[in-house]
Design a protein around this ligand. Structure first.
Ligand code: BGC
Length: 777
């Protein structure tokens, strides 16, 4: 008995001692106490990522976190003593980007490559984008990542931006709504997103040193609006600050942007992280509300400590940022110790991407009902190297390690067509030779994989090819990726591509056969000079790993195109006012850590004057009455639609727009109705019209109708008045135009609105004088 009592006493003593030495563990509801019990070192480390494999050598815990999800872009700093796990941050916009293979394991970890952002936004279908987001989020969850570094939501300011493919549109309303849907889809899986690149990352040239000089009005109305919509509608778990500066200050160090606007005005509740190696002055970053530095480097914790010592960083700001990071961590699967399968349903997701891509595919031209091929066509002459070697998406962090891609040839076969084997054989040789040459070249993270240039196959004469085949498809390919902008020359077709289109069309037309041009491209190209030549032009963009199937589904008529352009196709590149101030063909990036500046890089202009102000995309072309090749919001269908007269009325505090759309043709289809608003002449210079709402019908059979109802808040019709730092809606008669594109208005009605004013902070003032364009001087 005595012995037993002694044993019990020893056990009690041991338990008490262990509770004394075990620190409190992080819970969702004890963050304040945890912050109090953290050492300064722990706090500082939590604000700095654990480095990136192969880059940040010497970080204390790098080995422990690197192996969580190999190939992920970064992790947060774990503090096991307090039960704080490392969480995994992984790219990217078109699907989860991780290493597909792991040392010593035969299992593979491939992900689904979904359509690029631009293809998704071309669907104008927020439900569809949410569904894609849900599927991507399932892969994030099932492979054990916590936050997806997406969506990328910068405005297409100019066609040459190398990352436009990841972005959605030249219009902030469309961009913001697509981004919100994407975030809601991903986050429905209990994993997070990182809305990026906040903000003004509209070019890649010198992206780490460039200063975006933007008027307050253009900042608010164009470049921030899409982020505002996404934050308010979807509350992303995190936001990623961009590399560039805004009016002289790095965005990662800009309190006005990251705290005043993002948190105080928009109500953002999550954490902010830098883009990888972004920002410079760590003290300024911490104070600005850039909570976390990613991927983190050996010297960052020390520089934060130095900032605390010399008073540039306050303990209050440090604790605030630590709280934001802990708030994020407690939401994650890893904190909740959720198990994961490493076995997402890739088959189901392949179906999602195949189907989703078809909705983004945009029909630009279709003379004499060339498309769909249906059963009329059997044997197709397929030209263009990207018909065989498809571009599923762009490069860099926007790419995905997928186990396969479906070429157009394969997609056509899956839809019951044969393709000419002699032509195929000449492409096989051509592409193989090209790839052999490419494999000898040195590549880096920043090299955009090239695809074979075009040639006119000389298997036999084009006449014979045209006689053997029922129709021709010519694919034009373009690729891009982060770190550099698109070359101006790539906006235009090269001589080989022109020859391909001209010669093949001539040969096929001679035989009474039709020619389709397919655009497997990352961004806008020139179309005006050649679009009259072929019979049909189909724009699938880069539409994911199932691209060949998606394209052929639409070509055959098993599916139908219902996309519309989320940006304008200008006649010439320089027609964009922004081309005046877009650094063309410059060396791509300033050297990052450890690299030496080359002479060329040193001479790079490191600012961009956004002199076009709010006149971006159609706002410019429509206000200044410029001809375009294809207008914003344009896209054809295999059927036709009729619009009823629109009705616009006030419903309490909101404006309700409704219109009935009827399928008047012979095929099924979906239609997108776009609402443009023209303001009454007031004191402020306004664009001719602006997109203020849009909606897409369900699938309509011939003869079927659907009434689309759209809601607009009057304050969303306001303009930003720089003198008063306020959104101001002038009272008066507003014109609501419902159209099938910005230049195809089907019905117009007017509504009288009362004036309104919403004051915001007077921030982000340009430092340099800007010569900003006005339409009504
Ligand atoms: C890109 C980000 C990306 C990050 C991590 C950066 O180079 O700009 O978009 O999320 O790398 O890979």
């Amino acid at each position: 008995m005595k012995k037993q009592l002694l044993g019990l006493a020893t056990l009690i003593c041991a338990l008490t001692a262990s509770t004394q030495i075990t620190a409190q563990q992080l819970q969702a509801d004890n963050i304040d106490e945890i912050i109090q019990s953290m050492t300064l070192d722990e706090k500082v480390h939590l604000l700095v990522g654990t480095g990136m494999p192969g880059v940040a050598i010497g970080m204390p815990v790098i080995g422990a976190t690197r192996s969580l999800v190999p190939g992920a872009a970064g992790t947060t700093y774990p503090i096991p003593r307090l039960g704080i796990p490392a969480i995994v941050l992984s790219d990217g916009p078109a699907g989860l980007r991780i290493d597909p293979k792991r040392d010593f394991y035969s299992k593979t970890y491939y992900c689904t490559w979904f359509p690029i952002g631009t293809c998704l936004s071309s669907s104008w279908n927020t439900n569809l984008v949410q569904m894609v987001g849900k599927a991507i989020g399932e892969e994030v969850r099932d492979y054990g990542a916590d936050v997806l570094l997406a969506p990328a939501n910068n405005i297409h300011r100019n066609p040459l931006c190398g990352r436009n493919f990841e972005y959605y549109s030249e219009d902030p309303l469309l961009s913001g709504n697509i981004a919100a849907a994407y975030i809601l889809g991903i986050q429905s899986n209990g994993v997070g997103t990182s809305l990026k690149h906040f903000a003004f990352n509209n070019q890649e040239t010198n992206r780490m040193g460039n200063d975006a000089r933007v008027s307050q009005r253009a900042a608010r109305e164009i470049y921030l609006k899409g982020f505002e919509i996404a934050v308010k509608k979807a509350q992303p778990w995190t936001v990623m600050s961009s590399y560039n500066k805004i009016n002289g200050t790095y965005t990662a160090e800009c309190y006005d942007l990251l705290t005043t606007i993002l948190r105080d005005e928009w109500g953002f509740k999550g954490a902010v992280m830098t883009d990888w190696f972004g920002g410079k002055n760590r003290s300024a970053g911490v104070m600005a509300g850039n909570d976390m530095i990613q991927p983190g480097l050996p010297f960052d914790p020390d520089s934060i400590k130095a900032g605390l010592t010399d008073g540039r960083i306050t303990m209050e700001a440090l604790n605030r940022n630590v709280r934001h990071v802990l708030d994020l961590i407690v939401k994650t699967p890893r904190f909740k110790k959720q198990s994961y399968s490493s076995d997402p349903d890739l088959k189901a997701h392949a179906k999602v991407t195949r189907e989703a891509a078809t909705e983004g595919i945009t029909l630009l031209k279709n003379d004499n009902a060339t498309l769909p091929f249906g059963k009329r066509i059997k044997n197709v002459a397929v030209y263009g190297s990207t018909s065989y070697d498809i571009l599923a998406g762009g490069s860099g962090s926007g790419s995905v390690n997928t186990s396969y891609t479906v070429s157009l040839i394969e997609g056509l076969r899956n839809n019951g067509y044969t393709s000419d084997t002699a032509i195929l054989e000449s492409y096989r040789k051509f592409i193989n030779d090209f790839k052999r040459e490419q494999s000898k070249k040195q590549t880096s993270w920043f090299s955009t994989p090239a695809h074979a240039d075009e040639f006119v196959p000389v298997a036999d004469s084009l006449t014979l090819q045209a006689q053997r085949c029922d129709a021709a498809i010519i694919t034009i390919g373009r690729n891009a990726g982060e770190g550099s902008d698109r070359k101006a020359e790539l906006f235009y077709l090269n001589d080989n591509e022109r020859k391909l289109i001209t010669d093949i069309t001539a040969a096929f037309h001679k035989e009474g056969k039709q020619v389709v041009v397919l655009l497997n491209i990352d961004g806008v190209i020139e179309t005006a000079s050649w679009k009259d030549i072929p019979d049909a032009i189909l724009l699938p963009w880069q539409c994911g790993q199932e691209g060949g199937n998606s394209m052929a589904d639409v070509i055959s008529g098993n599916r139908y195109p219902s996309g519309k352009l989320p940006m304008t196709f200008p006649i010439e590149l320089d027609d964009h006012y922004s081309s005046k101030n877009f650094v063309k063909d410059a060396p791509s990036v300033r050297p990052t850590i450890g690299q030496k500046e080359s002479g060329e890089q040193r001479n790079l202009i490191d600012y961009t004057n956004y002199e076009e102000g709010i006149y971006v995309g159609y706002r410019y072309f429509d206000s200044f009455k410029k001809n375009v090749s294809y207008p914003f919001g344009y896209g054809m269908s295999y059927t036709t639609f009729e619009y009823s007269e629109p009705s616009v009325k006030m419903n309490g505090n909101t404006i309700e727009v409704s219109v009935s759309v009827t399928n008047t043709g012979k095929a099924v289809g979906k239609e997108i109705a776009e609402v443009y608003v023209t303001a009454p002449k007031g004191k402020i210079d306004k664009p001719a019209q602006e997109l203020k709402a849009f909606a897409k019908t369900r699938e309509l059979k011939p003869g079927e109708s659907e009434t689309l109802s759209m809601t607009i808040h009057p304050i969303d019709l306001a303009s930003f008045n720089e003198n008063q730092s306020a959104w101001i809606l002038d009272a008066g008669k507003y014109t609501f135009k419902v159209g099938a594109s910005s230049r195809d208005i089907k019905g117009v009605t007017t509504v009288k609105l009362n004036g309104m004013k919403q004051k915001v902070h007077n921030v982000l003032k340009p430092v340099e004088k800007l010569n900003t364009l006005v339409c009504r001087p």
